[in-house]
Design a protein around this ligand. Structure first.
Ligand SMILES: *Cc1c(COP(=O)(O)O)cnc(C)c1O
Length: 350
């Protein structure tokens, strides 16, 4: 007798983020901004009150109320997830069935095609060049021709940082019968959100996360915003206790500090603009930098002549960034992180 793994998982390996201790972490698009002491204290106080022997509220009602207020949506139109990652998984697993097809862009967030393959859903991709303008007509045409049941993409895009205008996104939503999932993980840094349209369309889900601008990647918390029908389905299919009570308590508290969060996002945006400007200036002296893309997020995307070598040389200096083929994605950091990065790049690049 010999047990055989099924084909779809035979060649999978566990996700390996950059491990090891790096002096400067500019790889994962986390927030570099430390929480102020008074807010930190309030988060810890909220955790202290949690009854750890009890199951969490399955619908995270207090948390959803706080999130609804922060995102300005109805509290019955929000579903909390164990990171938006879990919500992406649930949406693909449960809102598609056998023989359905999902469309995403290339490049885009890798988890969309990962979950599709895990759930045996055919995932089509459409090239979305960072150098060409976005064409919503072409996307609609492809969706129609290929009879896709779902379109999922990040806006602004991870990894290119390029955004699709609100008008272009809505044009797609309005002209298709497919479900459109718009992952606004970085929309805290840009102004083309469609969160206010959460109840206007019956084929729209918007994802938001606390991992980027909110600065709490460690607590694993994301949200899906959608109309009543879709929200009811998402709440029905998720596992009952998907968001633990410590995360619910911290999430409730942090989302009640709307002004602070908006101000933090502005500070991170400012640091990203400085990073982009510094890199653009450097690209004039260094031919290794082919192109610096404008950023609508908390990271800068670069086309390099020598991405692999640059990545390795930075790593040797204790600075970790993300490399994707000929491109490098650098998360914005504090002034000192940025200075150290620039100094290293001046040294490394030709
Ligand atoms: C970082 C990121 C997320 C966030 O995932 P969480 O599970 O909420 O941490 C979602 N989508 C995209 C495109 C991202 O880059």
């Amino acid at each position: 007798m010999s047990y055989q793994l099924c084909g779809k998982v035979q060649n999978l390996v566990p996700y390996e983020p950059n491990k090891g201790e790096y002096k400067i972490k500019m790889d994962a698009n986390e927030s570099w901004l430390p929480l102020p002491a008074n807010i930190k204290r309030r988060l810890y106080q909220a955790v202290k009150k949690v009854a750890l022997n009890r199951y969490p509220d399955p619908y995270a009602q207090l948390l959803c109320r706080a999130a609804a207020k922060y995102y300005n949506v109805g509290e019955n139109n929000i579903t909390a997830g164990n990171g938006s990652d879990e919500l992406i998984s649930i949406i693909i697993a449960c809102l598609l069935q056998k023989n359905d097809r999902v469309l995403t862009f290339a490049p885009d967030f890798s988890m969309y095609s990962f979950y599709a393959s895990l759930y045996e859903i055919e995932c089509l991709t459409m090239e979305k060049s960072p150098d060409a303008p976005f064409n919503s007509e072409a996307v609609l045409k492809k969706m129609k021709e290929e009879k896709v049941r779902m379109l999922i993409f990040s806006n602004p895009c991870n990894p290119t940082s390029i955004g699709i205008s609100r008008a272009d996104v809505l044009k797609i939503v309005e002209n298709t019968d497919a479900l459109v999932v718009v992952d606004e993980a970085y929309m805290d840094f840009w102004d083309q959100s469609i969160t206010d349209c959460y109840h206007t369309y019956n084929n729209l889900i918007i994802l938001r996360t606390c991992s980027k601008a909110v600065g709490l990647a460690g607590i694993r918390l994301g949200f899906a915003l959608a109309n009543d029908t879709l929200t009811k389905v998402l709440r029905a299919v998720k596992s009952p206790y998907n968001v633990n009570s410590v995360t619910q308590a911290i999430g409730c508290e942090i989302l009640s500090h709307g002004d602070f969060l908006r101000q933090s996002a502005m500070m991170i945006t400012a640091s990203t603009k400085l990073l982009g400007a510094d890199l653009s200036a450097l690209s004039i002296q260094k031919q290794d930098i082919v192109k610096v893309y404008p950023s609508n997020t908390n990271f800068v995307y670069l086309r390099m002549r020598s991405a692999a070598e640059t990545y390795k040389a930075l790593e040797e200096r204790g600075i970790i960034v993300r490399r994707l083929g000929d491109y490098i994605r650098i998360t914005s950091g504090s002034d000192t992180d940025r200075a150290a990065l620039l100094c290293a790049l001046k040294d490394i690049l030709k």
